[in-house]
Write a protein that binds this ligand. Structure first.
Ligand code: PRP
Ligand code: ZN
Length: 202
């Protein structure tokens, strides 16, 4: 089914670190949004031909690349991970939005009192960002085993799944609560507005 081309469609994170500020940005831009109930996955702008689609952040690059949504608000971390996996990007960054700042970092148990990236060689590293981590390691000529997890990556060292992790850090509270400390920066990110670069057929 192709979307109604008389309206624009913007993909937003349903819940999570970008959700509230993405919606606030659209309101501050003057859009009157029909209040979507908690379980509604769409909302309409009442004074502009725009529909909002609330989805998982990881799905936003796909929707925008395919042109199902002409626009999206998503973290650069999610976009870059997607682009590396797809070997190309079919979206353009329109603007950096100045919120949702976070950083993809390698972290180690805080009992480790010395770190050098060369120490990653031959180690297992758990992450939800295998492509970004793979690039980081390749650029440094390091060969390590990447263990891909969908979430709860911070548990991996305690469970003995991996010695190191590579995960998003914002306040650092999650790392701290799990006895981990950041040791290297992989990718800095903030929320961006993206538009599809796929030609839109009428
Ligand atoms: C990230 C990451 C950490 C947490 C770090 O998850 O996986 O668990 O945020 O934030 P902190 O440094 O402020 O404690 P996110 O909220 O992006 O959820 P998701 O991975 O399920 O999208
Ligand atoms: Zn996510």
């Amino acid at each position: 089914m192709s979307p109604d081309r008389s309206r624009l469609h913007i993909a937003l994170q349903k819940s999570g670190r970008l959700a509230d500020q993405s919606r606030q940005l659209l309101k501050a831009a003057g859009l009157k949004l029909s209040e979507a109930g908690k379980n509604h996955l769409t909302a309409r702008a009442e004074n502009f031909p725009l529909d909002l689609m609330f989805v998982r952040d990881d799905d936003i690059p796909t929707f925008v690349a395919d042109g199902v949504c002409e626009l999206g608000i998503v973290g650069q971390n999610v976009l870059e991970e997607y682009a590396l996996g797809q070997q190309g990007r079919r979206f353009e960054e329109v603007a950096r939005l100045g919120f949702g700042r976070c950083s993809l970092k390698i972290a180690a148990p805080d009992s480790l009192n010395f770190f050098n990236v060369a120490m990653l060689a031959g180690q297992r590293i758990a992450t939800s960002y295998p492509h970004l981590l793979e690039r980081f390691l390749a650029e440094r000529g390091i060969s390590a085993e990447i263990v891909t997890m969908r979430g709860a990556v911070e548990l991996a060292p305690r469970l003995g799944i991996a010695r190191f992790i590579c995960d998003l850090v914002s306040t650092g509270a999650t790392l701290e609560a799990n006895g981990l400390a950041p040791v290297a920066d992989v990718f800095d990110s903030e929320a961006v507005l993206v538009r599809t670069s796929k030609p839109i057929d009428a």
